[in-house]
Design a protein around this ligand. Structure first.
Ligand SMILES: [Zn+2]
Length: 300
């Protein structure tokens, strides 16, 4: 049982016309699964490193996500915020005018670090940029959550990658890519290349290692994919709001072994996904992608 803590945004969503690709509809309702969806989900991963030792993902424990807002004075927004992340994405508003995702990442020097709750790949100098509504955000770091934090119509995926960007005024934008193991034999290339580093750093909290080759994340995000966009928060304490979220609708492949490797970040077996938060009066906008066929999530 998941108790009252489960806060799903689309609880009121109606049974609907599900996965038809409603082209110009202003509001698109995805299936009725919205409300029911949820597994008791564990929680998300860190974006700010400092506090990893102070919180956990196990619900109904003193340091679990139910209590993050009380653990530190400046974490209160984890409890009181009205624009928290992650969310279940089920009701969206078509917004083709947003256009394809714009990014210009490049190859750069980076290191892999075990932060306790997740692995992070951090570029030394920032690494290319994401452009959202004419503002540029420099890529800072990438990390992974197992299982996914965001869900679509209540469907949780095997893994979620967060690419964290920041602009010159320290405003943040995160691009999220969802992964599925449903097609065996299709590994994620980035995870294959970095696999030896994850293996060596497994269970070694706060250890890091420089990556020998330059790492180019530009193939990690498919510009032809559709995406969902909404305003939310960090999914780890201090849960700061004002983050522009972009969830790519094209689900990528990963093998079970690669997911296990990410989950092996800690010797304590623990998921690192925060439960879904209330959507309140936020709107999720949806850019369908160039090909009108942008999501494997429809099958899952
Ligand atoms: Zn994250």
């Amino acid at each position: 049982m998941t108790t009252a803590r489960r806060r799903h945004g689309c609880a009121a969503a109606r049974p609907s016309t599900a996965f038809t690709s409603a082209t110009l509809a202003i509001i698109v309702f995805f299936s009725a699964a919205c409300a029911a969806s949820a597994d008791p989900a564990p929680a998300p991963g860190p974006t700010v490193a400092a506090s990893h030792a102070l919180y956990s993902y196990e619900e109904h424990t003193p340091t679990g996500p139910d209590n993050w807002g009380s653990l530190e004075p400046d974490w209160a927004i984890c409890r009181d915020g009205k624009e928290q992340s992650p969310i279940d994405i089920c009701k969206v508003e078509a917004a083709q005018d947003m256009g394809p995702l714009e990014h210009t990442y490049t190859a750069g020097d980076c290191a892999v670090q075990n932060r306790g709750h997740d692995f992070i790949v951090k570029w030394k100098e920032g690494n290319g940029k994401l452009t959202v509504e004419k503002k540029d955000y420099v890529l800072q770091q990438v990390h992974w959550h197992v299982p996914s934090e965001h869900t679509i119509n209540g469907t949780r995926f095997d893994m979620e990658m967060h690419m964290v960007h920041q602009d010159s005024a320290k405003a943040r934008a995160v691009v999220s890519v969802l992964f599925s193991t449903k097609q065996p034999g299709h590994p994620s290339k980035p995870l294959t290349g970095l696999g030896p580093y994850f293996k060596r750093l497994a269970g070694k909290n706060n250890m890091d290692e420089d990556v020998k080759e330059l790492v180019d994340p530009s193939p990690w995000v498919d510009k032809s994919s559709g995406y969902y966009r909404y305003e939310g928060s960090l999914t780890t304490p201090p849960c700061s709001e004002g983050i522009i979220w972009t969830i790519m609708s094209k689900v990528k492949h990963v093998t079970e072994e690669q997911v296990k490797l990410q989950a092996g970040v800690s010797t304590i077996v623990e998921a690192n996904n925060r439960p879904a938060q209330k959507i309140n009066d936020r709107v999720v906008r949806y850019y369908e992608g160039k090909s009108a066929k942008s999501g494997e999530e429809k099958k899952t």
